[in-house]
Design a protein around this ligand. Structure first.
Ligand SMILES: Cc1cc2nc3c(=O)[nH]c(=O)nc-3n(C[C@H](O)[C@H](O)[C@H](O)COP(=O)(O)OP(=O)(O)OC[C@H]3O[C@@H](n4cnc5c(N)ncnc54)[C@H](O)[C@@H]3O)c2cc1C
Length: 373
């Protein structure tokens, strides 16, 4: 039975929220149950599907108008919760999933480094074996939910192959810092992870040693498919606002919307919004029926990221200078939409992936060679 969640009590978006406000908004969202969709009841999930998840994320986007908050939720779910569900052993699942699904622990994943973004295989963070333990060294950059996160899935090379490790903010030799924080999506935090001789016992290896590249691909497939499920709610609000404005504001004796140049922009915004909805529905359908998501998630991410940016630019243009007034969400959304073309793999990388899946190009080495869609 699908649950209808209510986000009306969410603390309002602050223009430059501090860490306490960011964490408290995330907790409110978790308390409403927004992290429980598409997860088994045995770990505190609703036991429902991805269609339900999309519905809730959309409502959350509409209520919060905060792409940063949506990014925090997505990094937590696809970066930590789902990898632990898919690859964790029984002990890890029992230890991590209930507190993560309730929001008591905030998670995320750390792939990007100062010298490696799109080219994941170029990462230089590494793990070495020391008896039963692992010692990690390296630096991660632009990591969503850092420094607030309690746990991260950190990817590092072990014997030359990428592996995944569960790393706590409290581990000796590990520092979560706001150094390198990005000036975008400010409803979430971004920061760096410094690993210096960070010793982890063997229960901290997630999945098989050397399987990290496949795990990254899987995590990013989910993230690309659904990271816009909340943002589409923000776009619905954005559209409502420009329609309202175009009816209320007059120019040359008629309401703005009567000018074809404005009406066409609004029509384009509506088309983009509904197209993203169709793509999200398709991704949810594929997940709920256990089918491959590789192609559809890349297409969804590519289309939605470009659409969100274009619609955000259109919204400011339709609002005129009022769209640039201090505190007006429209200008902030342009800055946030620019990030949408980079996080979870840039638009160019999605095109590379789509082309590679169609059998074109020979040098696809950004993520492991994709399987057939
Ligand atoms: C808001 C935000 C949150 C983020 N959160 C996380 C997180 O939680 N965890 C994490 O690990 N990372 C995170 N990132 C980092 C993100 O994954 C990287 O920004 C992204 O992978 C691109 O890497 P880069 O920024 O180093 O750009 P680069 O890889 O240096 O690319 C620069 C430009 O070159 C293009 N380019 C690069 N390689 C190719 C190629 N092969 N073909 C064509 N064009 C190419 C890119 O598309 C881009 O336009 C986040 C980023 C942002 C903006």
């Amino acid at each position: 039975m699908s649950k209808i969640l209510d986000f009306s009590g969410l603390p309002p978006y602050a223009e430059t929220p501090n860490e306490e406000q960011i964490r408290s908004r995330f907790q409110r969202v978790a308390d409403q149950g927004a992290l429980r969709h598409a997860l088994p009841q045995s770990f505190g999930g609703f036991g429902d599907g991805f269609v339900d998840l999309c519905r809730t994320h959309r409502r959350l986007g509409e209520a919060s108008r905060d792409p940063g908050l949506m990014l925090a939720v997505n990094a937590h779910l696809w970066g930590s919760v789902f990898p632990i569900l898919l690859y964790g052993n029984e002990t890890q699942r029992e230890q991590f999933l209930p507190p993560m699904i309730s929001g008591q622990w905030l998670g995320g994943h750390a792939i990007t480094e100062p010298g490696c973004g799109s080219d994941v295989q170029a990462m230089i963070s590494y793990a070495e074996r020391s008896g039963q333990d692992f010692i990690l060294n390296g630096e991660k950059r632009y990591i969503t939910n850092v420094p607030l996160a309690d746990w991260l899935v950190v990817y590092a090379k072990l014997d030359g192959r990428i592996s995944a490790f569960l790393v706590s903010r409290q581990d000796q030799g590990c520092t979560f810092t706001s150094v390198g924080a990005l000036d975008t999506c400010l409803g979430s935090s971004t920061g760096s992870v410094i690993l210096k001789e960070c010793r982890l016992d063997n229960q901290r290896l997630l999945g098989k040693a050397g399987a990290g590249a496949q795990m990254i691909q899987k995590a990013l497939e989910y993230e690309r498919a659904f990271v816009f499920a909340g943002i589409v709610g923000i776009m619905a609000w954005q559209l409502q606002e420009v329609v309202r404005h175009s009816r209320e504001r007059a120019s040359a004796g008629v309401h703005l919307g009567r000018h074809q140049a404005i009406g066409h922009r609004i029509a384009d915004m509506k088309l983009r919004l509904d197209t993203i909805d169709l793509w999200l529905g398709e991704c949810a359908r594929l997940c709920d029926t256990g089918q491959r998501l590789t192609m559809a998630s890349a297409q969804t991410k590519l289309y939605a990221a470009e659409a969100f940016l274009q619609s955000s630019l259109d919204a400011v243009q339709i609002m005129g200078a009022a769209g640039l007034e201090p505190g007006c969400a429209m200008a902030r959304l342009v800055r946030d939409a620019l990030a949408g073309r980079l996080f979870s793999g840039s638009s160019e990388i999605q095109k590379n992936l789509i082309a590679a899946l169609l059998g074109t190009g020979d040098a696809y080495r950004v993520y492991p060679p994709p399987c057939k869609p």
